[in-house]
Design a protein around this ligand. Structure first.
Ligand code: CP
Length: 330
């Protein structure tokens, strides 16, 4: 079993991993898989994902084999074509060879934001999953960030209890100087829907997520006892939420018109999360890295309602919990 969008284990499976992560955080010893190896392929930078994966490997006795194609390893060709350009290695051989060396293959490859069709196909993670003979862990792809979703779920469970059905979460768009991929907000939506939470998705006009993903999350939430609704009024959407998750993203309607979108983005600087908007008693989350004073006011980030450091810390415990599970069954 690969772990690509975080729904592969179902509601109960993810909840069990989140609870196991909290046990590990409280001092439970990790189950060992001594001699195992985990290959990590990073096509984009990382602070949390790379270090937590390496530390999780150490905790379970696995050796991490980390590469950055194009930097310390050959640049990868994805297309089936005559390779007379600048890419030295095809993803077919790369995936097959890394599968010879490792028990699990973990991959990070962000959306390019050039073509909706291409990003929807999630080409790099899909190709690794196709050509690898071992299970693949998605470390953030064009569409999903399931390890972030798992850490977020552990954080929700820690604060709101293990039965997340009907708990109120608001996922709000936030300003940013650059167009950013939607993997994280897609994942927050899906992970919250999987647990049957009541999700309010808040964004300005023109910054909708992929409607196919919103529809899928709404169907998933409703079958788990929750709901998904959309709002263009951030303050109203955040009122009464038990947790607010902020993230900037580029709109699905922004493909092919990023310059126009940049102008629109600049018009919504008032979507910065400030303490006066944050509901009393509600937690504040962001996957990090975050731009202080742009996405969120420093007083929120540093204040008592901020769960961001715990959320990032849970990346380690959830990565260990996932490796325990995947190495036991691989
Ligand atoms: N949240 C997250 O994935 O952080 P990194 O990009 O630093 O890995």
């Amino acid at each position: 079993m690969s772990f690509v969008d975080g729904t592969e284990l179902g509601q109960d499976g993810i909840l069990a991993l989140a609870q196991r992560a909290l046990e590990l955080r409280a001092g439970s010893k990790a189950h060992r898989s001594d001699g195992a190896r985990v290959a990590g392929v990073f096509l984009n930078p990382s602070l949390r994902t790379k270090t937590s994966l390496e530390a999780a490997c150490g905790a379970v006795g696995a050796q991490p084999l980390m590469i950055m194609p194009g930097k310390d390893a050959w640049a990868l060709e994805l297309e089936d074509k005559v390779m007379d350009g600048d890419k030295a290695e095809h993803i077919r051989e790369a995936a097959a060879v890394l599968s010879e060396f490792a028990d699990l293959l973990a991959v990070r490859a962000f959306a390019k934001l050039e073509s909706a069709e291409e990003d929807r196909a999630d080409p790099v993670v899909s190709a690794f999953d196709r050509y690898s003979s071992v299970p693949v862990i998605n470390l953030e792809s064009a569409l999903w960030h399931p390890l972030q979703g798992l850490a977020d779920t552990a954080t929700w469970v820690n604060h709101l209890g293990p039965d997340l059905r009907g708990k109120r979460i608001t996922l709000t768009w936030a300003p940013h100087p650059k167009a950013l991929p939607a993997a994280v907000p897609n994942q927050v939506l899906l992970s919250a829907a999987l647990q049957g939470m009541d999700v309010t998705l808040a964004h300005p006009e023109g910054f909708d997520l992929d409607p196919q993903i919103v529809e899928r999350a709404a169907a998933m939430a409703s079958s788990g006892g929750g709901s998904v609704r959309t709002s263009q009024n951030q303050r109203e959407a955040m009122a009464g939420a038990e947790v607010v998750v902020a993230k900037s993203w580029s709109g699905f309607a922004g493909y092919g018109r990023r310059d126009e979108e940049a102008v629109q983005r600049a018009e919504h600087r008032d979507w910065t999360v400030t303490s006066d908007k944050l509901p009393k008693g509600g937690g504040f989350m962001h996957c990090l890295p975050v731009r202080r004073g742009v996405v969120v006011a420093p007083e929120v980030l540093d204040g008592p309602q901020s769960w961001v450091v715990e959320e990032a810390g849970n990346r380690l415990w959830t990565a260990i919990a996932l490796l325990e599970r995947m190495l036991e069954t691989s």
